[in-house]
Design a protein around this ligand. Structure first.
Ligand code: OAD
Length: 235
């Protein structure tokens, strides 16, 4: 593959699993042990804000204790030769910490907080220390209750159009570690042009739901990423 071509990578929870962050829908995944609709929806936050803040404070604290893995670093390394955009459903910042410079977060970022009145008001979106809990009574700059900058079920995905355009312009498209069941994010795989090489790295068999035209590298992210890079080099 020629230098400077555009690689777009779409990642999900699986890429951070080997860093110690649970996925959502695998055996023992987060949504097996917690109620997603109570803890990750705007209605759940209105009903019981403390329970939702406690849940995200625990996830923020956990994120402060983990580190990127080989898969995050290998994707960052690709920037030395190619124009790379990462589109992630993950709310962790492990791609950035590994050195990726262009990361689009479709579902928000645990490292940031925002207003509970106007979630996408840029004046209220701020980095907030991961080890500092967000408490009832803490205020955003507009005076509303502070909340994590997470896109909950029932909320709008601000960066979806931008992400879709990136996929449409990709010369190579890669998917890593996502069950592809949460929409609209998962719909992004349908926007890659027919002729571009497409790879999917995931240890599951993807039986019945491997998207059309993808070569499946059936491996964990940290192992599959090396085969993936060999594939890219040989294009
Ligand atoms: P899921 O938990 O639905 O899927 C995780 C995927 O990662 C599965 O396909 C696993 O086979 C795969 N996997 C597990 N271990 C892996 C490893 N070591 N390497 C590579 N892949 C591995 O997670 P997502 O698809 O990311 O949204 O979930 C999508 C959204 O659902 C999340 O962003 C979150 C959740 O509700 C919100 O919170 C808004």
């Amino acid at each position: 593959m020629k230098d400077c071509q555009k690689i777009v990578v779409f990642t999900g929870a699986g890429i951070s699993a080997e860093s110690g962050i649970s996925t959502f829908r695998d055996k023992n995944g987060l949504w097996e042990n917690y109620d997603a609709m109570r803890l990750a929806s705007i209605d759940g936050f209105r009903d019981d804000p403390k329970a939702v803040l406690d849940f995200y404070n625990a996830r923020r604290l956990q994120l402060s204790k983990v580190a990127p893995n080989h898969a995050h670093y290998a994707l960052a390394e690709l920037e030395k030769k190619y124009d790379v955009t990462i589109i992630t459903q993950n709310v962790d910042d492990l791609h950035e910490r590994a050195g990726s410079s262009r990361v689009i977060h479709l579902h928000g970022e645990l490292a940031k907080v925002t207003s509970s009145r106007e979630t996408e008001d840029d004046k209220c979106i701020k980095y907030y220390p991961l080890n500092l809990p967000i408490c009832i009574g803490d205020k955003a700059d507009d005076g509303s209750q502070l909340r994590p900058y997470i896109v909950w079920f029932g909320e709008y995905l601000r960066y979806m159009d931008e992400a879709r355009q990136e996929v449409e312009n990709a010369d190579v498209f890669i998917v890593i570690g996502t069950s592809l069941v949460v929409y609209p994010a998962a719909g992004i795989v349908g926007y890659a042009r027919n002729e571009v090489p497409k790879f999917l790295v995931d240890p599951s068999s993807m039986e019945g739901h491997l998207p059309y035209g993808f070569k499946h590298i059936k491996a964990k992210a940290t192992e599959g990423v090396d085969s993936l890079i060999n594939e890219i080099k040989s294009l």
